[in-house]
Design a protein around this ligand. Structure first.
Ligand code: NAD
Ligand code: UFG
Length: 349
């Protein structure tokens, strides 16, 4: 793997920056392509400080085909990890065109450029949000898909496109078949243990963990717990929270597997990246209070529309095929979130 170059789209963002750390530490050369629409270049300076290694950064949009073509020609990556995308569910309902253009069209341009450059190894950031309604709260990869908002549908459409690209290789045999891993993330939280990189949401956070952290530090006054009447153990929603460093380690494992004999003739497979167990909103609040010694001011509010009662991963396939499982626990996730929040109360400013 030494000296192999991995191109990371969206590498300046929350998950991408953590992936860059792991890639550099594993001996890969890293090229980041990010338009900085939801990130700051400071994250990449910090990645280099943490690792003591350098990476190459291009401020470019993945929809800019000439720019992307030039970057591929210059850098000759052997694989791509594709994080670039917009991810706010509410915004996607208000501005669906933006989401389909950025996420779906962006991926079309990226895969066309990859195809032209014969770079056919791709790790894609998918999401548990692609799953449809299910009678079991523990989701396996073969469960029916059925995203319920434009963001989720953009991920599901991209999965379809990538499966089709791979299937076409069977009809037109090629020396360079597509080798694709669709990684379906559950709920990534936490930060690098150094506290130097982490999640830096714009404005008021939509997601639970950054919201709780901002209440704890006094930036926000009160958390709304969206519903306490779900059929769960304490009535609040249950999710499979996964430490971002565990999550990105799954990508490093996936790159190695795509490069192995297992994928010699190509393929496109989905893998859940989750812990396989869920925590409720109240359990997250309690863990935060225990680890930080702070009291979290919260009130019970009505349910948020579109939320499921309970959702957690069946992570067995990732264990079997990628040899990956989570290593960190809830206390680690909370402690690392708090470390990042206290060291960077205003984010990357
Ligand atoms: P993020 O917003 O922090 O990172 C995404 C990065 O992509 C940003 O740096 C942004 O500037 C960049 N970007 C967006 N559109 C671009 C474009 N057209 N060209 C170039 N760069 C572009 O988000 P994140 O939390 O790090 O998420 C990374 C990926 O994982 C996303 O695709 C997201 O949908 C997916 N995902 C995230 C979660 C989560 O809870 N964070 C869960 C499931 C899936
Ligand atoms: N919640 C609150 N109050 C808040 C925010 C969230 O009670 O202020 C609750 C939600 O109702 C839910 C749980 O906390 O029960 C987690 O909510 P998040 O918004 O943190 O996460 P979601 O599971 O709704 O969604 C996240 C990402 C999606 C992604 C999905 C699966 O936002 O983009 O995980 O990966 F698709």
């Amino acid at each position: 793997m030494k000296n192999k170059t991995v191109l990371v789209t969206g590498g300046a963002g929350y998950i991408g920056s953590h992936a860059c750390v792991e890639l550099l530490q594993a001996g890969y050369k890293v090229v980041v392509v990010d338009n900085l629409s939801n990130s700051k270049p400071e994250s990449l300076s910090r990645v280099q400080q943490i690792t003591g290694k350098t990476l190459t950064f291009y401020q470019a949009d993945i929809r800019d085909k000439p720019a992307l073509t030039e970057i591929f020609a210059k850098e000759s990556p052997s694989a791509v990890i594709h994080f670039a995308g917009l991810k706010a569910v509410g915004e996607s309902c208000a501005q669906p065109f933006l989401y389909y253009h950025n996420n779906v069209y962006g991926t079309l341009v990226l895969t066309e450029v990859m195809n032209n450059a014969n770079v056919k190894q791709l790790i894609f950031s998918s999401s548990a949000t692609v799953y449809g309604e299910s009678s079991s709260p523990q989701y396996s990869e073969d469960f029916p898909l059925g995203a319920i908002n434009p963001y989720g549908r953009s991920k599901a459409m991209i999965e379809d496109i990538l499966r089709d690209l791979s299937a076409a290789d069977k009809l037109n045999p090629t020396e360079f078949p597509w080798k694709i891993a669709l990684l379906r993330y559950f709920n990534p939280i936490g930060a690098h243990e150094s506290g130097m990189i982490g999640e830096d949401p714009n404005g008021i956070p939509n997601n639970l963990m950054p919201y709780v952290a901002q209440v704890a530090i006094g930036k926000l006054t009160q958390l709304s717990v969206f519903g306490d009447d779900y059929p769960t153990r304490d009535g609040t929603g249950i999710r499979d929270y996964i430490h971002v460093v565990d999550l990105v380690k799954g990508h490093i494992k996936a790159i190695a597997v795509l490069d192995s004999d297992k994928y010699a003739t190509g393929g496109c497979n989905a893998y859940n990246l989750g812990a396989g167990r869920g925590y409720s909103v109240l359990e997250i609040i309690n863990a935060f209070e225990k680890v930080t010694g702070k009291t979290i001011n919260y009130k019970i509010s009505p349910r948020r529309s579109g939320d499921l009662a309970e959702c957690f991963a069946n992570p067995e396939l990732a264990l079997k095929e990628l040899n990956w499982k989570v290593e960190k626990n809830l206390d680690d996730m909370v402690a690392d979130t708090w470390n990042w929040q206290t060291k960077n109360p205003q984010g990357y400013v």
